[in-house]
Structure formats: C-alpha cells, structure tokens
Ligand binder design. Structure first.
Ligand code: NAD
Length: 442
C-alpha cells in the first residue's frame, strides 16, 4: 500500500514509517524540519533506537522509504495517512492539541485534490472525543469532502515502548492491535495493513480506542506508584522491598507484574503526560479521579527519595561532588522527556552539589535541559572519578559492573533501580537503595 506518515521525524512516526516500509509498503515519511529529513535521507536516524539505523539504511536502499517535508504531495500519493504528531502537556497538564489541529488542516487541504478514497488514521494519543470532534470536522472543512463516502477515518493507538520500539511495532503480540473505526470500510483498509502481523486485533469505535490507550497507561503508571509507595513504607519499617516483591509476584491474583519494580519513578513521553491529560479532561466534567491524582503525586516525589537517601548517608550535601548515572527516562533510548533524572539533578543543584552526569545516549537531549550547570562525562568511569557519592537513576546494563565504582572518592552508592549487586562491590562501599531497609557497608 502507499502510506504517508505525518510526524515521521518523531519517535512513533519514524518507527511506524520505517517498520511499514520493511513490510513492503511504499512509505512517505513526512516531517517539518528540513535538516532532520536530510539526515534521514542520508540514512542517519535522528533518534536512538536499537536496530533503527540498519533498518533505515535497508529501506532507503529498497526505494520504499521516502523522507520529505512535502506533506501535500505525500498525502495525495497515499491510500492511508497516519497522524503521528506530538500531543504534549500544557502547563496545567491538559493536552496540547495544536500539532493535531495543524496536521488535520494540512491533511484536509491535501485531500481536496485527491480523487480516490483515502483513510486518515490517528496514531497520536488523544483524549476521547478528539478524533471525531476536532480532527473529523477539520478534515471535512479543509477538504470540502465527507467522511464515510469520500474518505475514511480510524484511531489506532500506539503501544510501542521506547528502547524496544521496533520489536514492539513489528511483533505487537503482547499488546495487540486496536482499530477504532468510523465505519467498517475505514477499518477494513487499516486491518489490511495489519493482516500479516501476528497479533489479536480488536475493532471498536473511535472514542473507545482513544480511551483504551489512556486506561492502559493509567493502569501501568498506577502499578509503578503502588510499588514505589510500598517500597517507601518498607524502607521506613526496616523491611526489604525486593523480598516483599517476590512474595507479591507469587500470588496469582497479582501475577508477575513487570511494573512492580520500585525505583526513581516513571518518566518519558507517555505515562506522566497521558495520566495528566486524562485527569485534566475528566476534571472538566466535574469528576475528581482520586487514584490517578495519587499516582501522579507519588511519582512527583519519588526521585527526591534518592536525594533523601544520599543525605541520610552523607548528612550534608552542600559542596559535595555527586555523580548521576543515567539521564534517559529508561535504558535503550535517548529520550529525557519527564525523566526522573531531571528532578534528581535539579534537587542536587538546589542542595549546592557539584553534579557530574553520564548517559550512553541521552547527553545531547540532557544538555537542552541542564545546559552548563552540570559536568558531562564521556564515560561512567570518568563521571565517577573523585565523586563523593553516586546516584544510579537509569539502569543501563553497563552500570551494573561493580569494577566501575573504584574511581570514586567517597564510595557511597545510592541505587535508584536496584540494578547493582552490592554483594559484589569491593570492601569499603556504602550502598543504599529504594525499598532497602538501611544502608549497608561492604
Ligand atoms: P515526538 O514529539 O517525538 O514527534 C512528533 C513529531 O511530529 C515531531 O518530529 C514534529 O516535528 C512532527 N510534526 C508535528 N507537526 C507536524 C506536521 N504538521 N507535519 C509534519 N510533522 C509534524 O512525539 P512522539 O514521542 O513520537 O509521540 C507522538 C505521539 O505518539 C504522541 O501523541 C504520543 O503520546 C504518542 N505515543 C508516543 C509513544 C512513545 O513512546 N514516544 C508511544 C505511544 C504513543
């Protein structure tokens, strides 16, 4: 099929565009930044995702992947148009739909000249009602056409996880595929694209598809905040959360939840923004979603727990040299949006610390947030050198090597992810972690 992906320079858009091109579709990958598009044409991915560079080179070579800023041409030459633009939070937590509005107007304008039936698919995460009440009227107004008879409309939420985005997109078996359809004809066209994907497909209405995305993210975010709250309780009562977690997972009613790890809290471009957006949306209706508000509240304070643990060991942080390992919101990505590292670093700076940071992939994005207020190291060893304490915020596998920590001066490690086996540390270290009963000396 001929496909246009609008928002093709973002995490979801680029993954969608490249993966669909590997499935033999002809994909126009549409962005609005000429420099980024130029990089894509040269085979240089503009985000970090495992395996993306190789796939990008392969699809460019095949001639099935065309990056461009020419939205009109791309839309007019496609049967299906995916909208993958950003839906960030506004200052009050509500969803900012300005990119969606602009993209809908532009796509509508381009549909005007088309003579064939085309289907527009909303892949961005949008609060229930957005696709039918905002996007649909804009498409109709700017195209002068009618949905249903002249063009189709679907909502197809994306569940890929950064760090394993390609694997999740190509093998969506665990999460399934949701097709919210305006009518059967629209849904049939989208279902054809997913025909050879091995996954259950649920076909439903557009608002249900929109809400499923929020319900899933709210459910998982709630699990993380639950785990963190229980770990914080354990810590104060002198109990080891890791052992408690094993007991939780033994219970079939709870199951082996992969979201029961306690740590520095959730970040990224989905959980925080999506929970805030659905809270703001439903509060407009006069309903107070108490559990979701608490989920956010626990998460806001969780990164500060790490700084509290550092203070517990060092008593005064002023003037101390603290190394922060990991800035991305999780391993495997360069994305720092709403990462726990931001709160940890800001809090350390407010305490008067000198902060050295290192992340294998996220330095460039972190520089946009911290500027020159922190020192950036080229490797973990360099970041740890002469530091009084180290806080592990993101569990990149390389940080679990105990040999790394020899370079430290102060030998205090605060493990925000329980990723380091403290029993393997050499003599003389003080180790503390979230949900750990008390600091231990090795
Ligand atoms: P992003 O900010 O990385 O990418 C959005 C891209 O759209 C940007 O590159 C922007 O330049 C481009 N864009 C905006 N308007 C455009 C226009 N008119 N024409 C062409 N390009 C345009 O965002 P993202 O992380 O890829 O997320 C996109 C959507 O997918 C959001 O709604 C998000 O909530 C959802 N989502 C994200 C993830 C994730 O892990 N990042 C997972 C599932 C769903």
């Amino acid at each position: 099929m001929r496909i246009a992906v609008v928002g093709g320079t973002g995490y979801v858009g680029l993954t969608t565009a490249v993966c669909l091109a590997t499935k033999n579709h002809l994909v126009h990958c549409v962005g609005r930044n000429e420099k980024k598009i130029e990089k894509l044409r040269e085979g240089r991915p503009i985000i970090y995702e495992e395996g993306l560079e190789e796939m990008l080179k392969e699809v460019l070579k095949s001639g099935r992947f065309a990056p461009s800023t020419g939205l009109r041409n791309a839309v007019q030459n496609s049967e299906v148009i995916f909208i993958c633009v950003g839906t960030p939070s506004r200052d009050d937590g509500s969803i900012d739909l300005s990119q969606i509005e602009r993209a809908s107007e532009q796509i509508g304008g381009a549909l005007r000249a088309a003579s064939n039936y085309q289907v527009v698919v909303m892949k961005s995460t949008v609060v229930p009602g957005t696709t039918e009440e905002l996007v649909l009227p804009l498409l109709e107004r700017f195209s002068g056409k009618n949905v249903g008879s002249d063009f189709g409309l679907c909502m197809n939420p994306e569940f890929l996880r950064e760090g394993q985005a390609i694997e999740d997109f190509i093998h969506p078996k665990e999460q399934g595929i949701i097709i919210g359809e305006f009518d059967q004809r629209s849904g049939n066209v989208l279902a054809e694209i997913y025909r050879e994907f091995e996954a259950e497909i649920l076909r439903t209405s557009i608002p249900v598809a929109e809400m499923i995305k929020y319900a899933r993210n709210a459910y998982l975010a709630k699990d993380v905040s639950f785990a963190n709250e229980i770990a914080n309780i354990c810590q104060r009562l002198g109990v080891d959360y890791l052992a408690v977690k094993r007991g939780l997972e033994m219970d079939a009613r709870i199951g082996e939840g992969r979201f029961l790890d306690a740590g520095a809290g959730f970040g990224g471009s989905c959980f925080p923004k999506d929970v805030k957006a659905i809270v703001a949306k439903v509060e407009e209706c006069g309903f107070q979603p108490l559990m979701l508000r608490s989920t956010l509240k626990v998460n806001e304070t969780q990164p500060i727990e790490l700084v509290r643990l550092a203070k517990q060991v060092l008593s005064d942080l002023k003037g101390k040299r603290i190394c922060v390992l990991g800035l991305a919101f999780k391993p495997g990505t360069d994305d720092v949006r709403e990462a726990s590292s931001i709160r940890v670093v800001e809090s350390l700076l407010a305490e008067g610390c000198k902060v050295n940071v290192y992340d294998p992939k996220a330095e460039d994005n972190a520089r946009k947030i911290f500027g020159e207020r922190v020192e950036y190291a080229k490797g973990a060893k360099e970041a740890l050198r002469d530091s009084d304490a180290c806080i592990i915020v993101t569990e990149w596998p390389e940080f679990s090597n105990p040999q790394l920590y020899f370079a430290m001066r102060g030998k205090v490690i605060i493990d925000g992810r329980r990723s380091l086996n403290f029993k393997k540390l050499p003599h003389g270290f003080t180790y503390h972690a979230i949900g750990f009963p008390k600091a231990v000396k090795t």
